[in-house]
Write a protein that binds this ligand. Structure first.
Ligand code: PMP
Ligand code: GLN
Length: 442
């Protein structure tokens, strides 16, 4: 059409009558792995061990809470706009819960902001605290939204890799190199992002590792973003140590949580940021002009569910979903996937937490290797596996900065929070795959 121009946004070419360029901050944005691989999994009708969400029924007691809310249409407080920084009932119970978990009193009305998922809490933290030129240390592999969010806020992500030990078999074999972190600090460093339990590896940071980070944060006056969305997904008597509970750390930590993760309802997209008044004030400034307030009914339902949990978690942990139900459901799935992956000739890195497993496919050879795409090998393998074998996974090189992708392209990330039926289907595919990979047939 006359006057039409073509704009490039990342890899997409978009035709338009508008001749102006989009904002620089989005110009190099390419589709995230979630956009590409969730779409591909759906297109291929693949068995989905890719994107992290449970395909099992959500906990009944949580569903009941939402039903109760829906059954009371007359309750304005359940269905109309609620308090901007978080529904009063929800922040009140979160205040009680985290006071107990951190071992210090949280002021529910000032030190909690409820957000649209943990994603937004993270973004608020960067927008509220990062100026042009500020540096943010990110431990890699790292959840893939940190770096783009830091850049959107005008900052510079500084990756520090957690190397995987030779002959690794456990997520504990991803090691935090505290000296490398210390060396990465400059006069511009303002923040460090610590994701514990860790996505994609399932690593659970030890007290010694957390204390090493705390020492660096103190020495250099850094703010710590503690992304602890998988705080309840911890296995086999392992201890979840919340960063804000370390001596002196509450004052410099923004802790991020997610009801979607805690209650296995990822689609509810409800999260929170917790921290001292001075760290939350900038977050509130962003929030009041961004979404102002989050969905009320789900906040009510989560508050009610959390109140029930709070009553039982100490005295009857065996009845508590968060303390026991969730991890015992998951550990069986983790162990099943570990055997499946081993059987298939891959090398599982058994996670101590979370609901993802890294697995090496170094011995595999196939058409994906000669694929002409310039992308790392794991991207090519994952696409091939999804299209040809109908098994969806995630390529972990997406969790590394460009300069580190080449050394980290021989693994896949698998989500095991899936029904027995889904896992059985995946098992059948993996068995076939092993035959093909060992027989060399394409
Ligand atoms: N952080 C990590 C480490 C995650 O895996 C996720 C997954 N969604 C998020 C943050 C965002 O959580 P939410 O769905 O609550 O936005
Ligand atoms: N956090 C989930 C994962 O790591 C979902 C990610 C997403 O949908 N953006 O798979």
């Amino acid at each position: 059409m006359k006057g039409m121009t073509v704009l490039r946004i990342g890899r997409r070419l978009v035709s338009t009558m508008v001749k102006r360029s989009p904002a620089k901050r989005v110009q190099s944005t390419t589709p995230s792995i979630w956009v590409e691989f969730t779409t591909l999994a759906a297109e291929c009708k693949a068995v989905n061990l890719g994107q992290g969400f449970p395909d099992t029924p959500m906990p009944k007691f949580v569903a009941e809470k939402l039903k109760e809310v829906a059954n009371q249409p007359e309750r304005t407080d359940m269905h109309q706009y609620t308090r901007g920084y978080g529904n009063p009932k929800l922040v009140s119970v979160l205040g009680k819960l985290y006071s107990k978990l951190y071992g210090l009193p949280i002021d529910a009305n000032n030190q909690i902001v409820v957000t649209v998922g943990a994603y937004l809490a993270l973004y608020y933290a960067f927008l509220g605290w990062i100026d042009h030129g500020d540096e943010v240390i990110i431990l890699e592999p790292a959840y893939d939204c940190y770096s783009p969010q830091v850049k959107f806020a005008g900052g510079t992500p500084v990756p520090v890799v957690m190397p995987l030990k030779k002959d690794a078999s456990s997520s504990a074999d991803y090691v935090l190199d505290a000296e490398a972190v210390r060396k990465a600090v400059t006069s511009k460093t303002k923040m460090i992002v610590l994701n514990n339990p860790h996505n994609p590896t399932g690593k659970l940071f030890s007290r010694a590792e957390l204390e090493a980070v705390a020492k660096i944060a103190e020495e250099h006056d850094l703010i710590v973003i503690a992304d602890e969305v998988y705080e309840w997904h911890v296995y086999e008597g392992k201890e979840m140590i919340r960063f804000a509970s370390l001596p002196g750390m509450f004052d410099r930590t923004i802790s991020i949580g997610s009801a979607g993760k805690a209650f296995s309802v990822t689609g509810w997209k409800l999260g929170w940021a917790i921290g001292p008044d001075h760290l939350l004030a900038p977050i509130k400034a962003v929030h009041q002009n961004c979404v102002f307030t989050c969905s009320t009914p789900t906040q009510h339902a989560v508050a009610e569910a959390m109140e029930d949990e709070l009553k039982i978690m100490d005295d009857h942990p065996e009845k508590s979903y968060l303390r026991t139900g969730l991890s015992s459901e998951l550990v069986a799935k983790r162990d099943r996937l570990t055997s499946m992956v081993r059987e298939a000739g891959m090398t599982p890195i058994v996670p101590e937490s979370g609901y993802f497993m890294m697995a090496g496919f170094k011995g595999y050879h196939g058409p994906f290797e000669s694929d002409l795409s310039p992308d790392p090998l794991d991207f090519r393998f994952v696409r091939w596996l999804c299209r040809e074998k109908k098994l969806a996974t995630i390529p972990p090189s997406a969790f590394y900065s460009p300069q580190f992708k080449k050394d980290n392209e021989h693994m896949v990330r698998l989500c095991f929070f899936k029904s027995d039926d889904t896992l059985s289907k995946a098992e059948a595919i993996l068995k076939e795959l092993k035959k093909e990979m060992s027989g060399g047939a394409n």
